[in-house]
Design a protein around this ligand. Structure first.
Ligand SMILES: Cc1cc2nc3c(=O)[nH]c(=O)nc-3n(C[C@H](O)[C@H](O)[C@H](O)COP(=O)(O)OP(=O)(O)OC[C@H]3O[C@@H](n4cnc5c(N)ncnc54)[C@H](O)[C@@H]3O)c2cc1C
Length: 366
């Protein structure tokens, strides 16, 4: 036995850490403040890097059951004219988020991790004490803060270096629809508004509507079909099917360090990333698995240091490139067209954008 690990947060980051640590001999308990494991945000894209992590922790098969195999991403304007196309030469799946959460939870439980709902973490100390909302204090050899972008544990340790709301946000929605097998996702642009058509399984269509945060009518819920149809008249029939959804403003944050003593911070709590290249959960899962790998042969202090030193540069790169791909939203239309046209053709830019997806994560075989 390696020791006791207390994980706070049952999202993609916390659950992956639970699997990977329990599979390496840690006694793992995961605290989730909600009454059950559930995830907001409908669908998600998982790229080669994330798929490798799912495979390594034993959650790939269940996650990918009925998953949508994505072969290409088109960018189109409001008149349906093609601006650019990217053919994936790696694996990419559209997945229903809840299915991935359930698959990770099942794998964590199989490995012996205990998942405790209705249990909220409020603070942690570098010497390994976790304070819960019910007043209990628990000692652990390792505490993993995976409590999302508003992480209480991170803030109790003063680790935040920089946090900012970005100028844009997104409504995510999903409905049952049998989708074609052409392997195509499409991002439509109209002015500063975007509509992402993205199957999340062979039976679920995930739609993400992005807009500047100050575009109040476009981010209204239930979805303002009149407003969105005005922007995308050719998609009127699709827009008519939208109703319920969830709006989130994009955020970006960086930490001074990814750990303090016996506490490691992972996922959005450590490195919230705007979703322009769809790698927030990918990085969360890679870093969670790597954490367990670095602690396999090292003590906690050395292991956490090595982990951050080796893994953080790729996450930093992912954050930078994702910010870059969000910038054209606020450029004049002509310039934006030029950027996406160029971005589609530039080998260098494509390599930068896909570097994270092509990375072979620590703890997975090449
Ligand atoms: C519009 C949009 C689209 C995206 N698309 C993609 C994509 O296609 N691909 C991709 O890889 N990423 C994508 N992302 C990013 C991805 O959703 C996040 O990076 C990922 O969900 C982060 O996982 P997490 O486990 O760190 O945090 P979360 O998912 O936020 O999970 C945190 C968990 O901790 C729990 N919790 C919070 N506080 C406490 C507490 N104090 N005590 C106990 N439990 C607590 C919460 O209830 C939750 O269950 C997207 C994000 C957005 C906004």
């Amino acid at each position: 036995m390696k020791g006791r690990a207390e994980i706070v947060g049952g999202g993609f980051a916390g659950l992956t850490a639970a699997c990977a640590l329990a599979q390496r001999g840690w006694r793992v308990r995961l605290h989730e403040r909600a009454d059950r494991l559930r995830t907001a945000g409908a669908g998600i894209n998982v790229y080669e890097n994330g798929l490798r992590v799912l495979q390594a922790v034993g959650a790939a098969e269940e996650t990918l059951h009925e998953g949508f195999v994505t072969k290409m991403r088109e960018t189109r304007d409001e008149h349906d004219r093609l601006l650019s196309v990217h053919h994936w030469n790696i694996r990419v799946y559209g997945v229903v988020r809840q299915r991935m959460i359930d698959a990770l939870a099942a794998s964590a439980t199989r490995a012996g991790a205990e998942i405790v709902p209705n249990s909220e973490g409020v603070a942690a100390t570098p010497d390994g004490e976790l304070l819960l909302a019910d007043g209990r204090r628990i000692k652990a050899d390792l505490i993993v803060a995976a409590d999302g972008v508003n992480s209480k544990l991170r803030d109790s340790l003063g680790l935040l270096a920089h946090r900012r709301y970005l100028q844009d946000g997104c409504i995510r929605t999903m409905f049952e629809e049998s989708v074609g097998q052409d392997g195509k996702t499409i991002e439509y642009w109209s002015g500063k508004r975007r509509l992402l058509y993205n199957p999340a399984s062979t039976r679920h269509l995930y739609i993400a509507l992005s807009m500047p945060h100050d575009d109040v009518e476009a981010r209204e819920l239930p979805v303002r079909k009149d407003v969105w149809t005005e922007s995308f008249p050719r998609l009127a029939a699709l827009i008519e099917k939208l109703s319920e959804g969830r709006y989130d403003r994009f955020e970006y944050l960086r930490l001074k360090r990814w750990s303090a003593g016996r506490v490691a911070v992972i996922g959005d709590a450590a490195h919230a990333i705007p979703p322009n290249i769809g790698q927030g959960a990918g990085c969360a899962m890679m870093n969670a698995l790597a954490l367990a790998v670095y602690l396999e042969k090292n003590d906690v202090a050395f292991g956490l240091q090595e982990w951050e030193e080796k893994e953080r540069p790729l996450t930093n790169h992912t954050q930078r490139i994702s910010l870059l791909y969000g910038m054209p939203t606020f450029w004049p239309q002509g310039l934006r067209r030029l950027f996406y046209g160029l971005a589609g053709r530039s080998r260098w830019l494509t390599q930068q954008r896909t570097r994270t997806a092509r990375h072979i994560p620590t703890g997975t075989t090449s």
